[in-house]
Design a protein around this ligand. Sequence first.
Ligand code: BLA
Length: 512
Amino acid sequence: SLLGAEITLTNCDREPIHIPGLIQPYGFLLCLHEQTMRVVQASENTLTLLGIAAEELVGGTLERLLSAERLAEIEQLRPLLTDQARLLGSRLDKVAGQPFYKIILHRYDQLLWLEFEPVAENEAPALDLPFLNNALGQMLGATRVLEFCQYAVEQVRALTGFDRVAIYRFAPDESGEVIAEARHAELDPWLGMHYPATDIPKQARAMYLKNWLRFIPDAHYVPAKLVPVLNPSTGLPPDMTYSVLRSVSPIHLQYLHNMGSAATMTVSLIQDGRLWGMITCHHRQPKLVSYELRDLCQFIGKTFSALITAKEQHDAQEYQLHIRQNQVRLLERVTTNDNFVEGLYRHQPTVLDVFACGGAAICFDGDIIPLGNAPTKPQIQEMLDWLQDHGKQDVFFTDSYIRLNPAGLAVRGTASGLLAISLAEAPGNYILWFRPEQVQTVTWAGRHEKAEVMADGQIFLSPRQSFEQWKQVVENTAVPWLPVEIEAAKEIRLHISDVRLKVFNELQARAT
Ligand code: BLA
């Protein structure tokens, strides 16, 4: 474990979380030799759960624990087993005369894994077909990404009863944002909060691509060791990548304590082989969710994953349509107005409405007309002078004006992002669109909290330090301009020059 050593945000990525040699003790584990079907390793908590010491089980067969009927079932399933865990049958079984346990099986690392989970006391049957049918209908019917996500969190909360169910979406820099949430009325909202990439280290992400669901029913547990700790035939702890009971990184447990979370369940949302986001569930008390119910949540996660691209395409098309409609109305005004400049800002929609931006400015014949959240006129004038020397293209755009022109520092709050179209050969004639600096528009979780320092480590298990890291990466940048926006800006420019050419020709005709 890294806990004794110095912990930094980069060695988080190196914690070998797949071979802890420990399990969460709400269930117990037997690792069997694939051929002989004899127990190679057992978790030490068989003593408390079954009254049989792990040492007594090691080397023996399953006959001691399971009925002939159950053994036959396992034999039948054996050739079909892969790394993906499967529940044995649908019925419950008594193990060595003890309370009922479910058996979850998979094959990996040359072992057959049998994980025994207790049956929740008030366990309701998981498969509620009308519920699922309705849930699927809602998910299919949702058009926008956010509406789709909202349905999913509400469904998972209704199914499981977690205090909080949120969808956490990853950005290209692997930080993330809570974009949908269903929660208990007593809890503070997390909606809109951003968290750093380091909260879910690389190897954990890789694991959540292999496993659709991670379940931690009681974050205050004391882990149970495997007996023996090392697999005698390899001399290594067995690879628990696909094990349901795999013990959790102590660092992450600390993180959960700090969050006030006693139980979590996380479902992967995967798009084209990449982790798109996660449905993360939290509970203030320990919470045992049945395997069948978790399977159902996985099903919802897989359905979500299959549909997400279509919803994203819908949003992109809708935005494109928004741009096009506003563009058409704007350009109509430009055509019909005697003074085309007035057509650009006197009526709705103005140039400001065409794109998702903070502000805009129309600069023509020495006049500057700022719209929305724009820099001051002198600042814009400075920008025009700079553009004259550096941005001679018909369409110029950047998501970091400051990196190109240090003077841009003064306008980072309004114009970290700049999209400009030139209107005439004469200098200083432009339409400008502005976007503010991202850092100033993001709500970073825990940014203003007091950092918590671990006793023997260096790390702050609060997103505060990570905010500083993230800030360094994205500082001075705005949300980038999209290709559809740049295309539309080009069209606006062409249309305006057409109109002006026509007016010019008419004036000439009249003059002769
Ligand atoms: C795992 N971190 C996780 C998981 C989540 C988060 C969802 C999956 C396990 C789970 O279900 O609890 C993070 N949870 C979040 C975030 C939100 C949330 C961002 O609800 C936002 C709403 N964690 C740290 C640091 C380290 C770290 C600094 O903050 C590294 C030292 C480690 N996080 C860490 C590890 C895991 C993890 C190792 C894997 C745990 C495991 O599966 O064993």
